[in-house]
Ligand binder design. Structure first.
Ligand code: ADQ
Length: 736
């Protein structure tokens, strides 16, 4: 196994430029901790931006930055101010961030920002590719780098790539408003494993892939034809021990050694009997519901005046994305709200809100966590929210109450917290009261359960689980029995073909020689396909058979000028090259009168579906229907049809977005056999993409070359990726 390459927008480093020198110190965020065992101890590199624009790094110190970063196994991607503006403040934080957090009205769709986003993603990709070997594992992080998995895959098709999205993935109804939705999804699908914090985000993503890219998934796997992408949820944890240890240390130290900040907190707690502290900690972001939280707190003081002078809200807001207008507006709004509430309720001895607009050192953060009776966390949307988890981990005596928004990913795991809807003021206010009055035994009972869970599923465990699943996802590729048709193998097959005396090709049509279209009648063979098949038929001792589920009229008309054998309706009719159509079996079709009305009721109830009537079969197509509704109805119809047809010698074939009802005993395999019996062949080639072609693969003799189009379960020996690849292959045969 090679090394691990971690890529995130920012490196886990702090860079300080002094007059003539540069200081680089590792920063200890949650992600860095989680990846420690892969990064620090293992053979790995971390690629990302330093946080400083190129213009701010003196030219003579540029190399020094790289050198110092390298000491921490990091590699800096240099970004200019212009790039940061378009890529980071622009597309990442004015388009993706608001959209993915359901702030659609804040989302700006600026083509220039999108161009810069693409450019910078390519820049990251170049940095990765420069250091990438085939057996390396790559782990890409977050919404700034959604295009990166595909960009890497294009250059290194076999490398193992994981992607984790730290923010929510919105409902497909919201996501589809994005003008560049296809590119974003395709970018992500470059990965072998895509991780989200919760199952809901995973579901939303799968639904978007299905609706927008029309790619199917089975459970949580998306089949791309040549690769399978796995989608899973991994709720990120915290460095539990770090918070617990710090809280114990803080508790054990003599009060004289307490931080100034802790002394202030103690002062409030001792100021009156029953004094309580509520904390609120976030980056200053409109998704965190800070303004509503302050309003709710004001309303609480008004509704329950007995708590005035007893309770204090300590509010920490870390400055964030201050270049984005929405954040500036929010800052003003919060300043004003805090001022208003403090102005209205403050007394000589008490201010209801202590507001800090800055980052705090870790020790002070722990002071706050361990001194507060209640943590009030009310985001309107939040991928996970680690503050909620850190608060619980820091409660070493197991008291304390967590009030948590149901819109935070963490709410799915932290069921024992008091869960609120951040838009329901009345509920928040009453829950604050419940929290302040909760008996200690109950606090302990709840926190015991929460702590146990957080202690078990730490950030390290999260990272390990992700990597384990990534390796499994990659290796499960090889569990598909068919072997990918390599260029070498192709060479052997061509050679065999060259030497053979009597050769025959069985070629399926839709999904094999042409791509699917919305309407079957639109999939007419194009001139280059006609030409290609013509070339094949003109080779000596070579028979070419088109074997399709289509009706004989369509096939006959489309291929009237090409001397190719035709088998239509899955084997009902045969037409030798330049000959007449013959029935292969004596087939009844009086059953159609009974089955057609059933199909019609499904057409009526399922927009976008239609019936195709063939001579000896009926097909219900649902390719154009809403993908999920289509599948549900196909399932229902299949059950209904199986009951209806079981005693009438009929069978139901489930093709690619089509259900077809026909007389049993007729299939592509049987039809092919009829031709093979007539003459001895020493080269037999069969290719097809769907379930109905499996009959062909199963019936052909063992030495036949059987090829499936797309990576699916099959009895074929080989598989190729798509129609384009099929045509390339046939082209090679035609040149022998
Ligand atoms: P964030 O939106 O930044 O992260 P969060 O998960 O709460 O939100 O993490 C914030 C981190 O910053 C915490 O570890 C906290 O300790 C620290 N922090 C907060 N306020 C601080 C202060 N005043 N001083 C110092 N440190 C402070 C994004 C997503 C989240 C997701 C994480 C991880 O938006 O939903 O949980 O990534 O995937």
């Amino acid at each position: 196994m090679g090394k691990t390459i971690i890529i995130s927008n920012r490196l886990p480093l702090q860079i300080n430029i002094t007059d003539k020198d540069i200081e680089v110190t590792p920063s200890v965020g949650g992600l860095a901790t989680g990846l420690k065992s892969f990064h620090k101890e293992g053979d790995s590199i971390w690629i990302g931006w330093t946080g400083l624009p190129q213009e701010e790094i003196p030219e003579n110190l540029g190399a020094e930055v790289q050198k110092k970063a390298k000491k921490e196994n990091c590699l800096a991607v240099p970004l200019t101010e212009e790039e940061i503006e378009g890529f980071y403040y622009g597309f990442s934080n004015r388009t993706i961030w608001p959209l993915f957090h359901y702030f659609m009205e804040y989302s700006e769709f600026e083509p220039d920002d999108w161009e810069m986003y693409k450019k910078v993603n390519r820049k990251y990709a170049d940095a990765v590719i420069e250091h990438l070997e085939d057996d390396d594992e790559v782990w890409v992080h977050d919404y700034q780098l959604l295009l990166l998995p595909k960009l890497i895959r294009e250059k290194k098709p076999n490398v193992t790539i994981g992607f984790f999205n730290h923010i929510p993935f919105p409902s497909s109804e919201v996501f589809r408003t994005l003008p560049w939705r296809e590119e974003i999804l395709e970018g992500m699908l470059g990965a072998d494993l895509i991780g989200f914090h919760t199952y809901d985000y995973e579901r939303h993503f799968l639904r978007s892939v299905k609706n927008i890219l029309r790619k199917d998934s089975t459970f949580n796997e998306i089949n791309l034809g040549n690769r399978i992408v796995r989608v899973e949820s991994f709720p990120m944890g915290i460095d539990y021990k770090k918070f617990k240890k710090a809280a114990i240390q803080q508790q054990n130290q003599p009060s004289s050694e307490n931080s100034e900040f802790q002394k202030k907190l103690n002062y409030h707690k001792n100021s009156t009997s029953n004094a309580k502290l509520i904390i609120s900690i976030d980056r200053l972001d409109y998704t965190k519901g800070i303004a509503n939280r302050i309003r709710a707190y004001g309303y609480f003081l008004e509704k329950y005046p007995e708590y005035q002078e007893k309770v204090r809200l300590v509010m920490l807001a870390v400055p964030s994305r201050t270049n984005v207008p929405q954040y500036q507006i929010l800052k003003r709004e919060i300043d004003e709200l805090v001022g208003r509430i403090n102005g209205r309720f403050a007394t000589v001895n008490w201010t209801p809100i202590w507001y800090f607009y800055r980052s705090m050192p870790f020790e002070n953060l722990v002071d706050l966590y361990s001194s507060s009776d209640v943590a009030l966390i009310t985001p309107t949307r939040d991928g996970m929210n680690l503050v909620a988890k850190e608060y619980i981990a820091s409660r070493i005596d197991q008291t304390g109450v967590l009030i948590l928004s149901e819109m935070a990913g963490a709410a799915h795991e932290l069921n024992e917290a008091l869960i609120i809807n951040p838009n329901n003021f009345e509920q928040i206010v009453n829950t604050i009261k419940t929290a302040l009055e909760m008996p200690e035994e109950e606090q302990i009972r709840r926190n015991k359960i929460l702590q146990k869970r957080l202690q078990r599923y730490t950030v390290e465990r999260w990272a390990k689980e992700f990597m384990k699943t990534l390796r499994k996802a990659k290796s499960s590729r090889s569990s598909i029995k068919a072997e990918q048709l390599s260029t070498d193998k192709e060479g052997d097959i061509i050679e065999k073909f060259r030497r053979a005396k009597n050769r025959i090709f069985f070629l399926d049509y839709d999904g094999t020689l042409v791509n699917f279209t919305d309407k079957p009648e639109n999939a007419k063979p194009d001139p280059s396909l006609l030409d290609l098949v013509k070339k094949l038929t003109s080779l000596p001792n070579t028979e070419v058979v088109l074997i399709s589920g289509r009706d004989k009229e369509t096939l006959g008309t489309w291929w009237s000028d090409v001397p190719v054998d035709l088998i239509s309706e899955h084997g009902v009719w045969m037409r030798p090259a330049n000959g007449q159509w013959n029935l292969t079996e004596n087939i009844r079709c009086d059953w159609m009168e009974n089955v057609r009305p059933v199909l019609e009721t499904f057409v009526d109830r399922t927009p976008g579906t239609f019936i195709e009537e063939k001579n000896y079969s009926l097909a219900w197509h649902y390719r154009k229907a809403d993908p999920e509704l289509g599948e549900i109805r196909a399932n229902d119809l299949s059950t209904v049809l199986k009951d209806l047809t079981s005693n009438h010698g009929l069978s139901v074939l489930e093709g690619n977005k089509v259900l077809e009802i026909k007389t049993s005993g007729v299939n592509k395999g049987k039809a092919a056999n009829k031709l093979l019996i007539e003459r001895k062949h020493d080269f037999i080639f069969g290719i097809g993409d769907d379930w109905t072609d499996e009959y062909l693969f199963n019936e052909l003799p063992e030495q036949a070359i059987t090829v499936k189009v797309g990576l699916k379960e099959t009895s074929a020996r080989y598989y190729v990726q798509d129609v384009e690849r099929v045509r390339d292959l046939l082209e090679r045969f035609s040149k022998v």
